[in-house]
Ligand binder design. Structure first.
Ligand SMILES: O=c1[nH]c(=O)n([C@H]2C[C@H](O)[C@@H](COP(=O)(O)O)O2)cc1CO
Ligand SMILES: [Zn+2]
Length: 160
C-alpha cells in the first residue's frame, strides 16, 4: 500500500529553505530560500549573509545605530543569494522563502522570471518595503501564498 504520510512537495522545499536558514549568523532573523523549477528540481538555495570575502568577524550584525554600523548596509538577502547561486534559467520557477521578501528581493524575483512565491512568515506586513513588494508582485502577476501547516521545522539548536 502507498505510504500516506510522505513529505509533500511544499513541505519538502520549505524544509530545504528552513534548513538553509540555519546557516545564517544573523541573531534576529535567519532567512532561507529555495528555488524550484517546473519539474520540481531545486535550482538555487540561499540564506542571508555577508558577501563572499567580507568577514562576519569584521562587519556588524547590529540592527540599530548609524547605517554603516548596521547589518543593513552589508547583508545579502536569502532570495538574492538563491537567485545568484542558481545555475539555470529561472523562468516559471517558484521560490520558497521563510520570510516574506522585501521590495529589493521582489524586484530580483520578478526580473529573474520566478512566477510564484511561497513563504512561511509575513513578519513585517506594515512596513512600506512589504507593501511595495506586494504592489510589485500584484502588478507583475506573481502569485504569493503562505505555506500553512508547515510541520517539518528544523530544530538544530534543540538537538545540539
Ligand atoms: O527579504 C528579506 N530577505 C532577507 O534575507 N532578509 C534578511 C536581512 C537581514 O539579515 C534580516 C532582517 O533582519 P531584521 O529582522 O533584524 O530586520 O533578514 C530580510 C528580508 C526582508 O525583511
Ligand atoms: Zn530582501
Amino acid at each position: 500500500m502507498k505510504r500516506q504520510n510522505y513529505l509533500k512537495w511544499d513541505d519538502y522545499f520549505m524544509g530545504v529553505a528552513d534548513l538553509s536558514s540555519k546557516r545564517s549568523k544573523d541573531d534576529t532573523s535567519q532567512v532561507g530560500a529555495c528555488i524550484v523549477n517546473e519539474r520540481n528540481h531545486i535550482v538555487g538555495i540561499g540564506y542571508n549573509g555577508f558577501p563572499i570575502g567580507c568577514s562576519d568577524d569584521e562587519l556588524p550584525w547590529e540592527r540599530e545605530g548609524e547605517f554603516l554600523d548596521t547589518k543593513y548596509a552589508y547583508v545579502v538577502h536569502a532570495e538574492a543569494n538563491a537567485i545568484l547561486n542558481s545555475s539555470t534559467d529561472l523562468l516559471d520557477s517558484r521560490i520558497y522563502v521563510t520570510l516574506f521578501p522585501c521590495n529589493e528581493c521582489a524586484k530580483l524575483i520578478i526580473q529573474s522570471g520566478i512566477k510564484e512565491v511561497v513563504y512561511l512568515e509575513d513578519k513585517y506586513p506594515d512596513l512600506d518595503m512589504t507593501k511595495a513588494s506586494k504592489k510589485l508582485f500584484d502588478m507583475a502577476k506573481i502569485q504569493y501564498r503562505p505555506l500553512k501547516n508547515y510541520k517539518v521545522k528544523i530544530n538544530h539548536e534543540e538537538t545540539k
